[in-house]
Design a protein around this ligand. Structure first.
Ligand code: ASP
Length: 329
């Protein structure tokens, strides 16, 4: 793909999973494409005026978190006890600075909270109530749990708990989202996540990922998204990567870091590296999912072994491409 130097490039994803053409109604297909384009546009606007990759990643992810169609921020899936527990991470490829949060429930934009952890704390990963308290101390946008509520996600929880033979918890109050739009949310099969990777005109890369995790999760389950090296990684020596898929497999393969290592230490092209880890290693282990990636020289890549992945890419010298299904560009 693009080799433009100097230039900028950005790729976003809105989750992978069971997303075949036959599964999405035309109005869902249209709504998802429009949302992905809005997010990519928000990131591109930052990069076009020589903003940083980090700012672009945060801007794009905030758009996806605020959109009830995606399993991140508003529209997140519910835990078995009917709450949201959100995970997010962001990483700066120029400095290897990173910040992440796991199991948070009050920050409107977990990606901005992850960035605050990176920039305003001595830590990389904060979890649960402590992370929510940190958010409060930093004056970040705080919302009531009802803000995240989307009817279709609740129904997905009821279905999931039914399958597992578990009790259905009391329905939380809420529903501030535009429920007409939210009604278009598609159930990708328990999962979903959003992410962005960018390379800016200074040649720096950054990656970010944000998710509600998996429908009906229990016991404080944390996925790969907030784990640096698993669902998120960025280094100017190799690439910036954001993943989506069955977190338990991504964690064991260290997917995002493995891709960067193949680029840095083995000299693979970005596309070859993402395909090696997703099509070969993830598939061999029995896991499902995908990644998006950019390299400091402007290469962009994506790879997934599911029927679809919501995704978009754009660069200074390339018009935006928005795609959902496997057979698209
Ligand atoms: N990777 C996410 C998790 O395991 C879910 C997803 O991307 O679909 O929490």
């Amino acid at each position: 793909m693009s080799e433009a130097i100097p230039g900028w490039s950005l790729v976003v994803h809105g989750g992978s999973g069971v997303i075949a053409r036959a599964d999405l109604k035309p109005e869902q297909d249209t709504a998802y494409r429009a949302a992905l384009a809005r997010a990519a546009q928000a990131g591109a606007e930052v990069l076009r005026v020589a903003g940083t990759a980090l700012d672009a990643v945060e801007a794009a992810i905030r758009v996806l978190e605020d959109d009830p169609l995606f399993n991140a921020g508003r529209g997140s899936v519910f835990t078995a006890d009917g709450r949201v527990e959100l995970d997010a991470a962001i990483m700066d490829g120029a400095t290897l600075a990173a910040g992440a949060v796991a199991g948070v429930g009050r920050a409107r934009n977990p990606i901005s909270l992850a960035r605050a952890v990176m920039e305003r704390s001595d830590h990389v990963l904060l979890a649960g109530a402590g992370a929510d308290a940190f958010a409060l101390s930093q004056g970040l946008d705080r919302v009531d749990p009802g803000y995240f509520f989307v009817e279709r996600r609740w129904r997905a929880l009821e279905k999931q708990l039914g399958r597992e033979g578990l009790a259905i918890p009391a329905r939380p109050a809420g529903g501030s989202a535009d429920q007409t739009l939210a009604a278009l949310a598609h159930d990708e099969g328990k999962r979903g996540t959003v992410g962005a990777v960018a390379r800016d005109t200074h040649g720096d890369v950054a990656a970010g990922t944000s998710t509600g995790g998996t429908t009906g999760k229990r016991w404080g389950r944390i996925g790969d998204s907030p784990l640096i090296g698993a669902g998120t990684y960025a280094s100017n020596r190799s690439a910036a990567v954001s993943g989506t898929g069955e977190g338990e497999y991504f964690i064991r393969l260290g997917v995002a870091h493995a891709i960067c290592a193949l680029v840095e230490l083995r000299g693979l092209s970005l596309q070859a590296a993402v395909d090696r880890v997703i099509q070969d290693e993830l598939t061999a282990l029995g896991g499902q999912g995908g990644v998006i990636a950019v390299a400091p020289d402007g290469q962009m890549a994506w790879s997934f072994n599911t029927s679809g992945m919501y995704r978009a890419r754009v660069a200074d010298d390339q018009a935006m491409t928005v795609a959902i299904y496997k057979d698209e560009a």
